[in-house]
Design a protein around this ligand. Structure first.
Ligand code: HEC
Ligand code: HEC
Length: 319
């Protein structure tokens, strides 16, 4: 091969390459993929997340489909009542902790320490570092009014020392009395809620050795279709009236129920005699007649007429 021959061959190759390149960039778009001899299924009609549906398959024009109604994500079925809601098989607050948080049948130290760390973050503002209900939000503000109208209770109160673990759990998950204390379900995940309950119990026990880690007073409201004093006494504890109304004359958030029935009450709407109608009204519509000297903070609880009747009978019995 002489020099001339090889130069012209090189030129021909370069020319061919330039021509091919030119073919490839004609300046207009093509729906076709680039030269791709064996396509297999590399290129096919499909939808892309967040783009419009070009296939015409979906009437709403969205390619990404919402989950079918009622879909449950893995591990989120929530069928374990004790673990998820703090309730036993009968639907009462459970005295026991769920097995899932125990190790070898008892509550491990790691759980309690985790609970302390979470308690310190979420609960101390109101219930205080010492669980005494004296957190900064519970104390008196610069205007010498309490910052919270409804005082957070001391978690060393007899009522809370005997409160079933499942009810403390439910307080964290669902809140208390229609939001007097808010729900922490979104900030505190399931296992951390139990860790906090374990920490609270361990602190109660540290102060009072009689406290049982897995014990307390079971709140049972027996099903009934007739109003009665007994039914009322069960509701008094189960519905949390006992958080604000004592039976022995002590002033809590609200007036004591002791000797309430038949007495004359001074209210924002004038003096009234506390008869059965007044009791029923006070429970059903707490704001109707607010007792003088008390803040209008009683929650309107979802109670049936039968339950209100039973509560009224119970209050009537308290001399
Ligand atoms: C913003 C203030 C605030 C914070 C924070 C708070 N609480 Fe409360 N808590 C309250 C108030 C107020 C009540 C009383 C509500 C009532 O009786 O109506 C209460 C009541 C309770 C009760 C009694 C429940 C009952 O049925 O009577 C428990 C138990 C409790 N809190 C635990 C906790 C735990 C555990 C945390 C942390 C996860 C926490 N609280 C965080 C304000 C707070
Ligand atoms: C968060 C605290 C709180 C809870 C929980 C609560 N109450 Fe009250 N209740 C009050 C306060 C405060 C008053 C006084 C102000 C008023 O009349 O609204 C009151 C007033 C009453 C009165 C009128 C008392 C009087 O001295 O004349 C009755 C009756 C009553 N509550 C029944 C109940 C029953 C029954 C429950 C449970 C189902 C309940 N309350 C739960 C705070 C509470």
């Amino acid at each position: 091969m002489n020099l001339l021959e090889s130069t012209s061959r090189t030129l021909a190759l370069v020319g061919l390459a330039a021509f091919a390149t030119g073919l490839g960039c004609r300046g207009y778009e093509s729906e076709e993929p680039p030269i791709h001899l064996i396509r297999n299924m590399d290129t096919q009609e499909r939808g892309k997340a967040y783009r419009a549906d070009t296939t015409g398959l979906f009437a709403d024009g969205r390619i990404m489909r919402p989950p079918v109604p009622g879909t449950v994500a893995q591990g989120q079925l929530g069928e374990d009542l004790l673990l998820e809601e703090g309730q036993d098989e009968e639907g009462n607050s459970s005295l026991r902790f769920p097995d899932a948080v125990k190790a070898g049948g008892s509550l491990p130290d790691t759980l309690i320490r985790r609970g302390q760390a979470r308690y310190d973050i979420f609960c101390t503002p109101c219930h205080g570092v010492g669980l005494d209900g004296q957190g900064p939000l519970a104390q008196v503000g610069f205007d010498s009014n309490p910052r919270l109208t409804i005082p957070p209770p001391s978690l060393h109160d007899a009522r809370i020392k005997t409160m079933p673990a499942g009810q403390i759990y439910a307080a964290i998950k669902n809140g208390v009395n229609q939001g007097n204390m808010g729900s922490y379900a979104s900030q505190i995940p399931l296992l951390d809620r139990w860790a906090i309950v374990a920490y609270v119990r361990s602190q109660q026990k540290a102060k009072d050795p009689a406290v049982e880690m897995e014990g307390g007073v079971l709140l049972v409201v027996e099903a009934t279709d007739t109003a009665s004093e007994l039914h009322g006494s069960q509701l008094y504890a189960a519905k949390g009236c006992n958080a604000c109304h004592s039976l022995d004359g002590t002033r809590l958030v609200g007036p004591s129920f002791k000797a309430l029935y038949g007495s004359t009450r001074s209210t924002a709407s004038g003096d009234v005699v506390a008869d059965a109608a007044y009791l029923a009204e006070s429970i059903k519509e707490p704001a109707a007649k607010v007792v003088t000297g008390f803040p209008p903070v009683m929650p309107q609880l979802p109670l049936t007429d039968l339950e209100i009747e039973s509560l009224s009978l119970y209050i009537q019995s308290l001399k």
